[in-house]
Design a protein around this ligand. Structure first.
Ligand code: ADE
Length: 249
């Protein structure tokens, strides 16, 4: 998989050199390139923003650097991947569709994603129109109903959620099967040794006996019940979605 990130703050993406994602890069599973958007400015001040037409607070990102950046990054990517491969362009944006595990699953199958990190009030709308008219596939993705200062933190989160699903990145692929959200439910409670633990207050806390029974069918059934109950308590909205209630189809 190839990932390009366009940003005004390349250093923000440094954590993607660490841990599993860093290893996936070193192993050649993911080719991740971070680009400074100011590379595609041509004035002395390397200007990327201007005041909003029509007035209003803040600044808007100018269209020209973005259009040049996409063309340049597309050309470089296609040199490696082939001229027939097109990227998915993802704009992290609080006004986008909620990014969820299903999105991560879908994007983990992509050959190439370009993340475009907006800053300030946002990007000139004509950039999206231009990309759509040029035939790019674009997606706006929101991490949640709150506003960050820019797309970089969202790219860190989305990249981690997507790349860990790429085959070979997480050593034990089985661990991806039963985690929260993989089946629309929250994960069941986990325990390890010691099975009997005296906590610092002197209270003896026993792991559920069933986990020591060796009966895998019973354990699986117990875990499923726990998942359903936990989801009912913490995220009833997920159960409603799974039931199909709240959906018109
Ligand atoms: N940029 C600013 N806020 C954001 C959010 N909530 N999700 C994704 N990108 C963002």
């Amino acid at each position: 998989m190839r990932i390009d990130v366009l940003t005004l703050f390349p250093d923000y993406l440094a954590p993607l050199e660490l841990s599993l994602i860093g290893k996936a890069r070193r192993d050649g599973i993911v080719d991740l390139q971070v680009h400074d958007l100011r590379t595609w400015t041509h004035d002395r001040h390397r200007t990327v923003d201007d005041t909003p037409l029509g007035g209003g607070a803040g600044m808007v990102m100018k269209p020209e650097p973005w259009a040049e950046a996409f063309a340049a990054v597309r050309a470089v990517g296609q040199e490696t991947l082939g001229a027939d491969v097109e990227p998915l362009i993802v704009f992290p944006n609080p006004a986008g569709a909620p990014f969820a595990q299903a999105t991560a699953q879908e994007w983990s199958q992509c050959e190439w994603i370009i993340f475009a990190c907006g800053r300030y009030e946002g990007i000139d709308e004509r950039v999206y129109e231009h990309l759509a008219d040029t035939g790019y596939e674009i997606a706006l993705a929101s991490l949640g109903d709150y506003v960050l200062n820019g797309g970089e933190v969202a790219v860190l989160a989305i990249t981690e959620a997507v790349v860990r699903l790429v085959p070979g990145v997480v050593g034990n692929a089985e661990s991806l099967v039963e985690e929260s959200h993989s089946d629309g439910l929250l994960e069941y409670p986990l325990y390890t040794r010691p099975a009997s633990w005296s906590d610092p207050a002197g209270v003896l806390r026993e792991a559920p006996q069933i986990l020591l029974s060796g009966d895998h069918a019973k354990i699986a059934a117990w875990r499923h019940e726990q998942s359903v109950e936990r989801t009912r308590q913490r995220r009833p909205d997920l159960l409603a979605e799974a039931d199909g209630s709240g959906s018109s189809s």
